[in-house]
Ligand binder design. Structure first.
Ligand code: SAM
Length: 334
């Protein structure tokens, strides 16, 4: 198959990256991500693995070159490896990269099969190296399972990037240690600002830590030089001279990354969000289930991309305490 030119949005951005939340369920309850008593979706609302493959196939035909499966926790979905295998068969046939974001708890079991399916890189969320802090952030997680998953991924030949959400007063004193640990094991580190998505019990104003501040503090100890390295996502990367690895910063709050946005996001119910921080969406499940051929699906995708907004309007401050978008990150897929 020839590589299709991407569909272009109203602001001239080619859409080459689809993030797919394959389930809203997760085996952890990170305090900035989910409420403790989340109500999950009924099975009938969720696209089957075959339907997800079909929708992804339509996106690849329309020029998407990179697919990231996320969630919820993608590896808790039953038989998700069969989806990785069917999507992996598209690599080199329109698709350049198949990857995932995971909390790592199930990675030890699946790392080798993911590599065999064509996955080359994995993002693992790990906000702290301290077992007690990890249990506190995730509400009940055990850090050793995630660490085991990370090292299984490395052993399977996958490049590992560690994602950490920067949380004021929780992990802010750990970034030096995390950068050193990542350097020691050959991982890149990416820090993320917390985004106001979905109602949660803790106060986001108390959680929010601007990464401009974190970067300035890191510079007191590390030599960070800007690089053009890109993974197709929103992070801005710096080389870390002392470790030979990179650190990335995802800064939706202090510096929006919208101008270069090449992404759209599909939820496990087949809802397509054109922006992480806006509510407009297209119901692709209805189209998929109405027609066996993909013409209507491709039409609906083009139609949705033609409505992609310029950017998000995230705000976290003491006057605006409500979430900027009502849905949690686990719905849209982080
Ligand atoms: N369960 C997988 C994991 O833990 O990576 C994938 C889904 S999780 C929603 C994806 C990423 O979104 C994680 O790195 C998580 O830390 C991040 N995340 C969740 N809620 C967030 C928020 N409100 N602001 C910023 N990042 C968030």
């Amino acid at each position: 198959m020839d590589y299709a030119p991407p569909v272009i949005d109203p602001f001239g951005r080619g859409i080459t990256y689809l993030r797919v939340s394959v389930t809203d369920r997760c085996d952890l309850r990170c305090v900035y991500c989910m409420a403790e008593d989340m109500i999950f979706l009924p099975k009938a609302d969720i696209l089957s693995l075959e339907e997800l493959d079909r929708v992804c196939g339509a996106f690849v035909r329309l020029g998407v070159r990179k697919l990231r499966l996320t969630g919820g926790e993608p590896l808790v979905r039953r038989d998700v490896l069969s989806l990785f295998r069917s999507l992996g068969a598209r690599l080199g046939h329109g698709l350049d990269e198949l990857t995932l974001t995971t909390n790592g708890t199930q990675l030890a079991r699946h790392a080798a099969a993911l590599a065999a399916a064509g996955v080359r890189r994995v993002n693992v969320s790990l906000d702290t190296l301290d077992p007690a802090t990890f249990a506190g952030i995730t509400r009940w997680g055990r850090i050793d399972r995630t660490l085991e998953g990370i090292f299984a991924a490395k052993a399977a030949g996958l490049a590992v990037k560690i994602n950490a959400v920067a949380l004021q007063g929780v992990n802010e004193h750990e970034f030096d240690a995390m950068l050193a640990w990542c350097g020691e094991h050959g991982f890149d580190l990416c820090l993320i600002e917390t985004m106001p998505m979905g109602e949660i019990e803790p106060d986001r104003v108390e959680q929010y830590l601007p990464l401009s501040l974190v970067r300035a503090r890191l510079r007191e100890r590390w030599t960070l030089s800007p690089t053009n390295y890109q993974t197709g996502g929103p992070a801005r990367y710096f080389d870390v001279a002392e470790t030979g690895r990179r650190i990335g910063f995802i800064t939706p709050m202090t510096h929006t990354f919208c101008e270069s946005c090449n992404r759209v996001r599909l939820t496990c119910t087949g809802t397509l969000y054109m922006c992480l921080g806006q509510d407009d969406a297209a119901d692709l499940r209805r189209v998929v289930r109405a027609r066996p051929d993909d013409a209507g699906l491709e039409h609906a995708i083009r139609d949705a991309i033609a409505r992609k907004p310029k950017g998000h309007d995230f705000v976290i401050d003491r006057r605006e305490r409500r979430a900027s978008v009502a849905r949690h990150m686990s719905v849209t897929g982080g």
